[in-house]
Design a protein around this ligand. Structure first.
Ligand code: NDP
Ligand code: MG
Length: 403
């Protein structure tokens, strides 16, 4: 990826927010509110929440509001009738909205695999991408990297750890990197014993100590699969070999990540745990706009601590290197299995401790890996894995009901 600071003259940036009704989407709109002369949302996209999308559209007056669910499309039409805002629905409309000539930057704030096709469309149209949807790079980092070559598009990371690494790499030569050190809060179960984790409830898993996020990523933080995903994300964003990327638990979430160079020097990026920081940095093209948001009070911080992740209690984190070593479609299998398992856990159909074994089984029983998959291969693999893991999760669920 290109690590440089933008020197384009100031002009209003026209933004498409893919997933505007979610946690990152809403915070993106907060940043647009903070800089009305710099950023203007021209496309808002949601999954199925027509009421919230319509309320946002009436507030922001974008050119277009798009909802992925065909069913919710009718409601969106009703809510926006007579407003002059174009209301569309369906997956094709979502993809097309990413390529409109009126869009300069796409913020990918949708959750899961649903980010892949719209992100590829945005790359094809040469858009700047502020990437929050890490699953796109987890599933198909290789394909995304290939598509970026020869495209005018560039990716600026929104994920706080990757924004931190990007900031540490400005002005540096990536070949001089010894290690990327990704920090992890450790999630709500960091101090819990094996036995206690085995009885964790949904409410326990959703109670993140430092960040307020969407439900899926909050559960991924509790299993620490989120950190595995972030290692994969870093591998593709920065082109650094997997063995040079590691995670360290830092419960205070103040040091957002670090880069160690070959001369032994370590650069870190620090800040309050607030996603509007990395969103601001990405939207501005790394130009650091002035903000009145509160900064760090280092004197108020008694200590910053670091510890190695416990892979016995949190085996999910080991899936990063397994995914990168085996490559091909394996990361896609892991992601699809995780989405189905986490979805079942969110519906309280399986236990928290069923999530990792389901993913592991999905990987071990997958026999059709290929080296350099194309888009259609990912589509097929994602669909097949979801079907397989759904059946496995249902079997898990019936065991719970019988017990
Ligand atoms: P949320 O669940 O809060 O929001 C997801 C958004 O995506 C909602 O607007 C949802 O719409 C929309 N959506 C769902 N399905 C589709 C679809 N098929 N097409 C278009 N839009 C869809 O998630 P988060 O904001 O927490 O996370 C978004 C992404 O950012 C994830 O990939 C996550 O890993 C990453 N991330 C999040 C962080 C955070 O602090 N939240 C931090 C770092 C990364 P609807 O409301 O209608 O369902
Ligand atoms: Mg993160």
């Amino acid at each position: 990826m290109k690590i440089n600071q933008s020197d384009t003259p100031h002009k209003i940036k026209r933004i498409a927010v893919l997933g505007s009704t979610g946690s990152i989407g809403r915070q993106t709109l907060d940043v647009c509110r903070e800089y009305p002369d710099s950023f203007r949302p021209v496309v808002l996209v949601a999954g199925s929440n027509a009421e919230e999308l319509a309320a946002q559209a009436l507030r922001w007056r974008p050119l277009r509001a798009v909802i992925a669910s065909e069913e919710a499309g009718r409601r969106l039409n009703e809510l926006l009738a007579g407003s002059g805002i174009e209301a569309l629905c369906g997956q094709e409309a979502v993809i097309e909205a990413m390529t409109l000539p009126e869009v300069d930057t796409v913020v990918t704030a949708t959750v899961g695999y649903s980010g892949l096709a719209p992100t590829l469309a945005a790359i094809g149209a040469g858009k700047e991408i502020a990437l929050a949807n890490k699953e796109t790079l987890v599933v198909a980092g290789d394909l995304v990297t290939r598509r970026l070559r020869g495209s005018a598009s560039r990716i600026l990371p929104v994920d706080s750890e990757h924004s931190a690494i990007y900031q540490c790499l400005v002005g540096e030569d990536v070949s001089r990197v010894r290690r990327l050190i990704i920090t992890a809060s450790g999630g709500p179960f960091r101090t819990w014993s094996h036995q206690r984790i085995a009885s964790a409830t949904l409410a326990d898993a959703l109670h993140h100590p430092n960040w307020s996020m969407g439900a899926k990523i909050t559960v991924d933080s509790a299993t620490m699969l989120n950190k595995a995903f972030e290692i994969i994300e870093a591998r593709w964003l920065f082109g650094v070999e997997p063995e040079k990327i590691m995670a360290v638990v830092h419960p205070q979430s103040i040091v957002h990540s670090m880069v160690e160079f070959k001369d032994g020097s370590v650069k870190a990026q620090l800040g309050v745990p607030d996603m509007r920081g990395p969103i601001r940095y990405a939207l501005s093209g790394a130009t650091r706009p002035v903000t009145s948001a509160p900064g760090l009070t280092l004197e108020a911080m008694s200590q910053l601590t670091f510890e190695a992740p416990d892979t016995e209690r949190f085996p999910g984190i080991t899936l990063a290197h397994l995914a990168l070593e085996r490559g091909g479609l394996i990361p896609c299998v892991i992601n699809a299995a995780n989405e189905i398992a986490v979805g079942a856990f969110l519906k309280e159909q399986i236990r928290f401790t069923d999530i990792y074994p389901l993913i592991r089984e999905a990987v071990e029983t997958f026999t059709e890996n290929i080296a350099s998959p194309e888009y259609e291969d990912y589509v097929a693999c994602n669909a097949a894995t979801r079907r397989r893991v759904k059946a496995m999760a249902e079997a898990c669920g019936s065991t719970i009901i019988k017990a």
